[in-house]
Design a protein around this ligand. Sequence first.
Ligand code: ZN
Length: 190
Amino acid sequence: MNFCSHCGQPVKKVLLAGDSHPRFQCNGCSRVHYQNPKVLVSCYATWGNKVLWMRRGIEPCVGKWTAPSGFVEEGESLEQAAARELFEETCARVDPQQMQLHMVGNLVRMNQIYMVFRAPLLSPEFSTTEEASEVRLFAADEFPIEDFAFPEVADNVQLFYRDLQRNRFGIYMGTLENGKNTIRVVGRED
Ligand SMILES: [Zn+2]
């Protein structure tokens, strides 16, 4: 950040009394601009023992497979955001009311909070979009893990397929820090 979004004057980084992190403060109007992690949501949309994946049509990781994902917009719930991103990227539909939490993730270096939901597709209908050059349902042994866009969190994918196959779903907390992904169970549904 170089300039104040309120008045347009330059900002400087300062440590305010009693605060733990340096902040951008405006030289003109003294306004403090706090910066905090963004919330990224994904939807694992399921059809039987299969999960809907998309091949990325745009950078980053163009040509690689990922789950439909995006940032939560102001004025929408997490579930609405996950369903919206799913539809925008693959034209597939789920009911936000049927969304269950799969994982809460700390993407520490990326300054993002990652929330992964799961929901059954309302029908096995989907299509390519600007953002997805290919959209497909894959069972566990069909998923092209070698072409997964984010190999550092491939464990999350394998964990989800395991839960889907046994039809028992846990709730997990993942932490990606210094390239290492750790997962712990925080809730179990038997
Ligand atoms: Zn200002």
